[in-house]
Design a protein around this ligand. Structure first.
Ligand code: GFB
Length: 322
């Protein structure tokens, strides 16, 4: 049980191995599918929510019994931005606990060779040391706006660890920082800041509005990673990592929400002004991850924020109904 893959295992040895990507229509899952297909993997097992409800234990078990995938990448989750997390705490804790418990347990029971569980940087304490090392987990209280989601994700990490310790099940966890990219959720209230602002600036530009409202004070710092970089890291970890500890996956670069807003405004081409609504929560003041463990294994992000924003806005224009 080393910190990295010491044996001769190669995730790339058999491109026809059956891989279940749970959550393949979401921001993260769709990027992982694009990545696997671009690498020549041919046997992806995908199920829409309507085809397989991952919160239903017996359905998940029946799916694993029938399909018997070799690998599982668990990118299915109930996710949202600060407002959604704060408004639907019961859904964030219960749906995530159910999905991950069902999938991790069935994966073990039906002979999956390796599983990768994805969490979030919100698992760390509100006032964690910056940049946040993996060892900061469970050392102090969480940020209240997303503690329900965080508790579920911490339980997922712990479940992977417990199954490795007791059953020697090769389950690993990756904790991405704030993500963005194609197939994001652009809902005006429930989405994360980046897609929310992109949509608001776009609609303001199209409607000729003079100002756009941005939540909070603009002072919180956030680290953003393009989802294609995350997908690259996921494949890298499937191949190279088999440690007990979860691994941070970040870009190493942070911006204030004010800087982000200015950047999105520029990319979209909105020329009016920003109005700050300080009645909305800021959330945690800063969450820059220390991703040096993953870097030490040989992985680096490639996509700069500005380039990623241009790419995401292009996708938005081509795919989202105006
Ligand atoms: O992206 P966001 O919702 O996630 O908010 P968190 C980030 C920051 O952007 C906060 C500000 O300081 C918000 O106040 N913000 C400004 C806005 N305008 C907007 C807007 O229109 N929409 C949104 N959503 N924010 C989430 C967690 O926290 O991070 C999740 O709630 C998850 O659980 C995710 O972990 C990665 O970074 O604050």
């Amino acid at each position: 049980m080393g910190d990295s893959n010491s044996g001769s295992f190669s995730f790339f040895a058999d491109k026809s191995a059956k891989i279940f990507v749970a959550g393949h229509r979401g921001l993260v899952g769709s990027a992982i599918v694009r990545k696997l297909l671009s690498l020549g993997f041919t046997n992806l097992v995908l199920r829409t929510h309507a085809e397989l409800d991952l919160t239903r234990q017996s359905d998940v078990e029946a799916f694993f019994a029938t399909e018997k995938p070799s690998y599982v990448i668990l990118a299915a989750a109930k996710v949202g931005g600060i407002h959604a997390n704060n408004t639907y705490p019961a859904e964030f804790i219960s749906i995530n606990l159910q999905i991950q418990t069902n999938v991790i347990d069935s994966a073990f029971r039906y002979g999956v060779k390796k599983l990768l569980f994805l969490g979030s940087s919100c698992i760390y304490p509100k006032f964690a040391p910056q940049p946040i090392p993996e060892s900061a987990l469970l050392t102090a209280p969480l940020e209240p706006t997303n503690e329900w989601y965080a508790i579920a994700k911490i339980a997922g990490i712990k479940m992977c660890q417990a199954y490795r310790i007791q059953y020697n099940f090769d389950a690993i966890s990756g904790m991405p920082t704030n993500l963005y990219g194609p197939n994001d959720n652009f809902h005006p209230e429930n989405s994360h800041v980046l897609p929310a602002l992109m949509r608001r600036f776009h609609e303001a530009k199209v409607n000729g509005a003079k100002e756009v409202v941005v939540w909070g004070t603009g002072s919180p710092l956030r680290e953003f990673l393009h989802v294609d970089d995350l997908a690259d890291a996921v494949v890298f970890m499937m191949d190279k990592y088999e440690g007990l500890e979860h691994l941070n996956v970040g870009s190493g670069k942070e911006v204030t929400i004010k800087e982000l807003a200015e950047l999105v405004k520029e990319v979209v081409g909105f020329e009016g002004r920003l109005v700050w609504d300080s009645s909305k929560p800021d959330g945690t003041p800063r969450k820059l991850m220390d991703s040096s463990k993953l870097a030490g294994l040989g992985w680096q992000p490639k996509i700069q924020l500005k380039d990623g924003l241009v790419d995401t806005y292009k996708w938005y224009l081509e795919n989202v109904k105006q």
